[in-house]
Structures are given as C-alpha cells and as structure tokens.
Write a protein that binds this ligand. Structure first.
Ligand code: HEC
Ligand code: HEC
Ligand code: HEC
Length: 220
C-alpha cells in the first residue's frame, strides 16, 4: 500500500519534471530562435524601399505623350505626317487635321467597322496603334502599357483615354468619371451579299403573297 503510494508519487514527479523541462525548453528555444532571427535578418518589406523623389514615368491619355516639345512635333498629326505621306488633311466633319487634332477626329475615319476596316479608311485606329505602340522600344521606355490609352469601366469594357489624365504617383486617376474617357464603338456593317440576300428574300415573299391572293380571288 505504502509502496504503491511512493511509486505513484515518484512517477507523477518525474512526469511533472519532464513536462517542466519541455516547457522551458520550448519557451527558451523558441524565444531564443526568434531573437536570433530578428537580429540577423532585417525584415524585408514587400515593396522595395523608394529611392528618394525619383519621378516615375507615368503617362495616361494620348496627349500626355503626343505633344509638341521644343522643336519636335510629337502631336498625333506630327506622327501621322512622319509615317504616312499624302495622308488626308481634313476630316469628314470638315475639321482640318493639324497639330491640335485630337483622337475623336481621327476616329471619324479610323473607327472600326464590323468587317474589320475603318469606317472611312482601310485601317482602323486600333489596328494601327496597338502594334505600333506595343512593339515600340520608345513606348516601352516611356513605361507604356494598355493603361496608357485605356481604362476599365464599371461594365468591364475598355474606354479610350483621349485627354491627358491627372493621376497620383501610381497612375490612379484623380477625377472620376475620367474626363475625356471615350466609349469604344464598332460600327455595324452589312456586307453586299447579306444585303442582296435580304432584298431577294423580301421579293420572293412578295411574289408568294401575290400568288396566294390571286388564287383566292379566282376561287371566289
Ligand atoms: C506613353 C506614351 C504614349 C501614349 C499615351 C500614346 N502614344 Fe502614340 N506613340 C508613342 C510613341 C513613343 C510613338 C512612336 C512609336 C515608334 O515609332 O516607335 C507613338 C506613335 C503613334 C502613332 C504613329 C503610329 C505609326 O504608324 O508609327 C500614332 C498614330 C499614335 N501614336 C497615336 C496615339 C493615340 C491615338 C493615342 C491615344 C489613344 C496614343 N498614341 C497614346 C507614345 C504614346
Ligand atoms: C478623312 C479620313 C481620315 C482622317 C480624319 C484620319 N485619317 Fe488616317 N488615314 C486615312 C486614310 C484613307 C489612310 C490610308 C489608308 C489606310 O491605311 O487606312 C490613312 C492612313 C493613316 C495611317 C497610316 C497607316 C499605315 O498604313 O501605316 C495612320 C498612322 C493614320 N492614318 C493615323 C491617323 C490619325 C492619328 C488621325 C488623326 C490625327 C487620322 N489618321 C485621321 C483617313 C483618315
Ligand atoms: C496607343 C494607345 C493604345 C494602347 C497602348 C492600347 N490601346 Fe487598345 N485601343 C486603342 C484605340 C485607339 C482603340 C480603338 C478606339 C475606337 O475605335 O474607338 C482601342 C481599342 C481596343 C479594344 C476594343 C475595345 C472595344 O470595346 O471594342 C480592345 C479590346 C483593346 N483596345 C485592348 C487593348 C489591350 C489589351 C492593350 C494592351 C496590351 C491595349 N489595347 C493598348 C488604343 C490603345
């Protein structure tokens, strides 16, 4: 009786001792490791530390890049003259094309038709500017991306940034809705085959109804 009591006490003491050793080891070990690591590794922020006041190249909207600087004409019209000789010099609305021309005027001819062409030119502006910018080294050096010319609207569609957009240092627009954000349209186009098809079908229908009316008249 006494013996078993004694044994039990010893067993409980040993277990308690082991538990205590474990506990202190865990506390010291962990604490110690933590201390070690925080003294050795400097905590790395997710973002790189900013170099002081380096101005980021951030341009949104055609006229933020397409401007006339001292001597160089980088306006839309200036670039057109550089890449295409004998380009038309006025828009269908009668507006002359010059260094003040904005993209809306270009779209009078270069908006897209659903047959893939421009509404008043062979090529749509999207077919011209997408490759001309996205494969351009100069555009890359200006940090150009889709968001240089576009914004995603509430309905998930892209709009065209026709004006220079005021943004914060991350490119987020200051004014909402963005001034000069144009909805992008594709104009309907009825091909000649569809047109002829519809007219012939209507003609046939006409003949049919006429024929039926004639038969009815003859019967009565
Ligand atoms: C981030 C600056 C930037 C923005 C914004 C920008 N462009 Fe440009 N654009 C350029 C550069 C740079 C070139 C010259 C590309 C080259 O030749 O390497 C260029 C060239 C062009 C050209 C000549 C294309 C050709 O055939 O060579 C047209 C047209 C043009 N841009 C229209 C536009 C229109 C329209 C917008 C707005 C919807 C626009 N750009 C916005 C930088 C920009
Ligand atoms: C009166 C209609 C009209 C207007 C307005 C117009 N264009 Fe054009 N543009 C044409 C036609 C036509 C061509 C030659 C056929 C083609 O390539 O689409 C052309 C060709 C071009 C080309 C050469 C494409 C190539 O093959 O390399 C560029 C670039 C261009 N236009 C940009 C512009 C820009 C930018 C504006 C506004 C400043 C503008 N256009 C306004 C009718 C127009
Ligand atoms: C230089 C300016 C410029 C850049 C950069 C640019 N786009 Fe565009 N984008 C345009 C123009 C101009 C149109 C045609 C606008 C119109 O016809 O009204 C257009 C039209 C589009 C359309 C058709 C949208 C619609 O509702 O029909 C899509 C999609 C598009 N762009 C995607 C992109 C993507 C993706 C990128 C980047 C990889 C990009 N764009 C970069 C100028 C640009």
């Amino acid at each position: 009786m006494n013996n078993t009591n004694y044994l039990r006490t010893v067993l409980v003491s040993i277990i308690a001792l082991l538990f205590l050793i474990g506990l202190t080891a865990a506390a010291f070990g962990h604490g110690g490791m933590k201390h070690k690591s925080s003294s050795k590794e400097t905590t790395k922020p997710h973002h790189k530390p900013k170099p002081k006041k380096e101005k980021k190249l951030l341009y949104r909207g055609c006229p933020s890049c397409h401007i006339k600087t001292n001597g160089d004409d980088y306006t839309l019209w200036g670039d057109v003259k550089r890449v295409f000789r004998n380009h038309r010099v006025s828009a269908p609305s009668g507006k002359p094309l010059n260094e003040n021309t904005q993209v809306e005027t270009c779209l009078e001819c270069h908006a897209a038709k659903s047959n893939g062409k421009g509404i008043g030119a062979e090529r749509s502006l999207r077919d011209i500017v997408h490759p001309a910018h996205l494969f351009s080294k100069d555009f890359q050096e200006l940090n150009g991306t889709c968001f240089s010319c576009h914004n995603v609207e509430w309905d998930g569609r892209l709009v065209l940034l026709s004006r220079k957009i005021a943004t914060n240092s991350k490119g987020i627009p200051k004014k909402i809705p963005i001034p000069g954000a144009l909805r992008i349209r594709t104009y309907g186009y009825v091909s000649m085959n569809v047109f002829i098809g519809v007219v012939s079908a209507l003609g046939l229908l006409n003949l049919l109804t006429l024929g039926l009316a004639y038969r009815r008249k003859n019967k009565s």
